[in-house]
Design a binder for this molecule. Sequence first.
Ligand SMILES: Nc1nc2c(c(=O)[nH]1)N[C@H]1C(S)=C(S)[C@@H](COP(=O)(O)O)O[C@H]1N2
Ligand SMILES: [Mo]
Length: 324
Amino acid sequence: MLIKKAADIRSSEITPKNVYLRRREFIQAGSAALAGAGIVAAGWNAWGGDALAQGGGLPKLPNIKKSPLSTSEAPSEYQYITSYNNFYEFAPGAGDGPKKNSGKFKATPWTIEVDGLCNKPGKYQLEDFIKPFTLEERIYRFRCVEAWSFVIPWVGIPLSEFIKRAEPQGKAAYLEMTTLVDRARFPMQSTDLLEWPYKEGLRLDEANHPLTILAVGLYGEVLPAQNGAPIRLVVPWKYGFKGVKSIVRMRFVEKQPINTWQAMARNEYGFYANVNPMVDHPRWSQAREKRLPSFIANHRTEMFNGYADQVQSLYAGMDLRRNF
Ligand SMILES: Nc1nc2c(c(=O)[nH]1)N[C@H]1C(S)=C(S)[C@@H](COP(=O)(O)O)O[C@H]1N2
Ligand SMILES: [Mo]
């Protein structure tokens, strides 16, 4: 019952209504030849203009080092990255709901608990949690399982640095990460839309991979609420749902954790969630993606979201059709 409800909302909310209406207009105009340029222009208008200012006027983060691990592709506009989101604690489905419903969200103070199979468990205030590390700008491709994509200039720290400090024990094979539960701050947690808290997990070697980061910023500023303030996971070769937002707990465990979308619909979402254009979602193709604000699937999806050279060895010998 839960699953059906979530599924219904997801399929109807994938496209914001204003965008959908414009697409209808466009289709009624009847000229497929106009597709490329016209569709992109319509997207810009539907999303509120052509402001080129980057950043959202939020506090700037200090001493950010540029990373050689960034893609050379041009980042998507700030206004799109922050107005087309998926964050069920604020609103169902993907679109501008999370932005609209998170205006009053406060991310301070913020405590992160580190526990499970490690020698240095503890509770940290966010400032202390990130203080020992150098912030890096990481411009990464981002691919949602619902076939839209962005290029996002995150600011964060390598997850491996945190893991080193926590000193995982020999038995620790996975890292589980959990979102805050607080009905006062997350309105949808008063409903049974998802099972709360939202949870994600990585195998420890995935978590230690140099591309995996904990992001605390976007465009050089602190994260806006809708993108997962104040700290969220970013794993660029995996579908977006692995990127658990507003993390309050990091737990080292022996067994593979059950992540939220796997719990909601096991036949559609797995633990690994590696971007794979050859394995279709049961309800749609994964071969191409819409690089927003385009309405059409204007990009071919690449294996491991274009990071195959760096990450495919993590999955040597695994059947990626079964381990999706
Ligand atoms: N806590 C929490 N984390 C979450 C989600 C969510 O609903 N709740 N949605 C996930 C999904 S499906 C995607 S695609 C990404 C979207 O990240 P973005 O809004 O910053 O693009 O967040 C992921 N992290
Ligand atoms: Mo997603």
